[in-house]
Structures are given as structure tokens and as C-alpha cells.
Write a protein that binds this ligand. Sequence first.
Ligand code: GDP
Ligand code: GDP
Length: 433
Amino acid sequence: MSIVAIVGRPNVGKSTLFNRLIQRREAITDAVSGVTRDRHYGKSDWNGKEFSLIDTGGYVLGSDDVFEAEIDHQVELAIDEADVILFMVDAEDGITGMDEDVATLLRKIKKPVVLAVNKVDNPEREANAVEFYNLGLGDYFTLSSTSGSGTGDLLDKIVELLPDTPVREDSDLPRFAVVGRPNAGKSSFINALIGEDRYIVTDIAGTTRDSIDTKYNRFGFEFNLVDTAGIRRKKKVKEDLEFYSVMRSVRAIEHADVCILILDATRGFDGQVQNIFWLAERNRKGIVVLVNKWDLVDKETNTAKEYEAQIRKEMEPFTDVPIVFISVLNKQRIFKAIETAVDVFKNRTKRIKTSELNEVMLPIIEHYPPPSLKGKFVKIKFVTQLPTPQPQFAFFCNLPQYVRDPYKRYLENQLRKNFDFNGVPVSVYMRKK
Ligand code: GDP
Ligand code: GDP
């Protein structure tokens, strides 16, 4: 999926626009997953074209005292990772020095840049907006993020600039993305996997200009490794900011079937790792968690068990995820890691026959039916798996709107218990019959 990044200095209205563009969709996904996590990354669509939207400013704390260098970094990263850059300026303030700095960076690049002049709430500001031609970025769009006026034209332009969705090659092969925060051991893991070049089958041009899918044949498994320029880049990411690891992960995650999330055992499942985890979950990708650098941890009898329990607590409510303790340094359990990722892939592509599904699930539902609500009784009659790339189940009943989230979670857990969806987000829908 294509990525649109909103850049600009603090307070111009980036997050206001971001929220407006993702609102409708988020309402739907939140109803399904029941969780809202990352408020700076979401999906949007316009005229049937879907894209991911990133509010780069959202990752900077304390919006007023942001260093200019910080904004430059953000813009550079957005340039690397996004397909379209939406540069927002503020009609109320006019052109500032920071705007000029950002414009200077953006003028040098080949990727499409859309200049959006925000806070154009009245005709006077519309007229004054002409000054933004001085940024040297050509034509601009005026809008008011608070009222929504002007956003339609802006979106028309954005979707026009989005690259065509590439055709997926080797669609049967599992696509694994190696993600995690800087220094977790991702490159080391990839290098250990690749080992010698002879395991690489082909280096096919990736689904985007920046990413490379590498087809491997190792340990008896064939798989594509989804690697982004960001992961491969020689120049090390020095900044240990959440923003960077998230930005670098987005594309890799979206193009994967299974995300191999590597964390550093000495640092744990911290906030940044959690955000990447939720990014994968929200994209309904398979997930394997690898706790790397296990060699550095002093171990007593229950260390691994306790460590694992701690991680699972942080993962709630999506805890049915494999966790493998590895040491890339000692080449420990690398094979197990890949084997587990393949299992997760199989779980994600699993199709359960309708007859079997009903045979198992209907008695369970009969035994513990949805609680009655306002005196109404819900009768679930039939369940089927939808023909989607990842597991989704539709339960047909008389009063779908009366089934609450806890009961849907119960159904999900029963599906997990009976059919094994370890590592895979499962969606449960109630449909009218
Ligand atoms: P960000 O730091 O760039 O993400 O900016 P925010 O979205 O947080 O907005 C900063 C301030 O500008 C908030 O008080 C918004 O309500 C306000 N704002 C955003 N868009 C508009 C707009 O179109 N018109 C006006 N008048 N105010 C706006
Ligand atoms: P990346 O930024 O996630 O790609 O991380 P790197 O692969 O560059 O690894 C960061 C550092 O951790 C390097 O110095 C690696 O040698 C070290 N490292 C990676 N895996 C292990 C491991 O299993 N054990 C130990 N002790 N160090 C490791």
C-alpha cells in the first residue's frame, strides 16, 4: 500500500487533518479490534484508492520546542519512506523560516510533494495564500482542516499521485518482514539467515522502488524476505526515536504476511516495540516475537517463563502469539524462528470448511449463548469463514447489533482453541440472517 506522509512545523494543523482523513475508517477498525493505539498512523481512502497516512509531527513530543534539526530529520525520513509528501503550512502565520528550510529539502527531491496551505477559513486568507508561491514548490491547495473545506480537491490530487498498486509476484510464498527497533539485531538476524549467497534464489525488484524482496530457500523452506532500504541501509540509524523505527517498519509490515518482530532481551517489550506490534496487529499480519540477545541475560530456572509472561501481559488482548528466545550471536534457535514464522503463515492462510466450523462452534454457542440484552435473545444460526487473505469469520444471527465485544472475544478465543490461529489476528463479525 502507498504511504502518504504529512510534514510541516508544529501547530500548522497536521494532526487535525490526519484525524479528519482517518476518522471514518478508524471508527470501523476500532469497533472490530477494540483497541486504539498509534494515533499517528492510519489508513484512509478516496475514490476507492486506499493509502496509509502518517502524521510525522505526531511522533515529536512537546510540539512547541521542537528543534529545527528534528524537523529536518523527519522530513528526510518521510522523503525516504513515503510515496507522496504532503507539506502543510499555515495561512495564519504566513511563511516562516522553518517552512523555508523544509521547502529547501523538498525542492531537491523527485518524489511528488503537495503543498497544503491550511487554516484558510475565510476569503481574505485565500487571497493572502499566494505568498506561498515563494516557497518555490509550485501550485498549492488551500484548505481548512477544522471545517474540512478544500480537503476534497487535495485528496483528488493525492490519489492521482499515488503509484499504481504493484502486482505481487510469488504470492504463494510466505513473505516475512523483519522489524523492530534499532539495534535489536535485525541486520544480524538477516545476515545469519542469508548466510552464504547460495541460499538466495533471486533478488526480485520489490513491490516498491525502495524495498527488495529476496527469495530464500533455507532450512527446507522457501520464503520471501521483505526488506526495506531502511533496514538494509549501511548508514546506521543513530537516533533512537520511536518515530524512526515506526516509519521504517510501516512499509515492510504492509508488504508482509508475517512480521518477525525482534526485540532486545536487555530492553524488553517496551513502548516502541509495542507500537510496532500494534502496527502489525492492526494490519492483520501474522506475528512472531523473537527475544534476541538471550545470551546476555542471567538465567535462573524460570527466567524465560517469567519473561514470556511479562510480554504476554503487554500484548493484551492479543496474546496468542509465539515467542521464541534466540541468540543471533550464538546462532541459537534461528531455525526454530523461521519454522515458527512458517507455522504462523500457515495459520494465517488456513481455511476451515464450513461444515467443520459449524460442527464445532454451534454446540459451543448453544452451551454458552450470547447474553440477552434489553430482553432480546440472540440466536446464532450459522458461521462461515470469509474468503479473505487473513482469517475472518461471519456469525449469522437474528440480532447482530445485540452481540457485544466480550462475546465476540469469547467466540474468537473458542476459534483459537479449536483451530489454532497462533500468531494471527482473527476477526469476528456478526451478520444479519
Ligand atoms: P500540528 O502540530 O501540525 O499537528 O497541529 P494541530 O493539528 O495540533 O493544530 C494546531 C492548532 O491549529 C490547533 O489548535 C487546531 O485546532 C488549529 N487548526 C488546525 N486546523 C485549522 C484550520 O483549518 N483553521 C483554524 N483556524 N485552526 C486550525
Ligand atoms: P539492527 O539495528 O536491529 O539491525 O541491529 P544489528 O543487527 O546491527 O545489531 C545491533 C548490535 O547487537 C550489534 O552490535 C550486534 O552484534 C549485536 N547483536 C545482535 N544479535 C545479538 C545477540 O544475539 N547477542 C548479542 N550479545 N549481541 C547481538
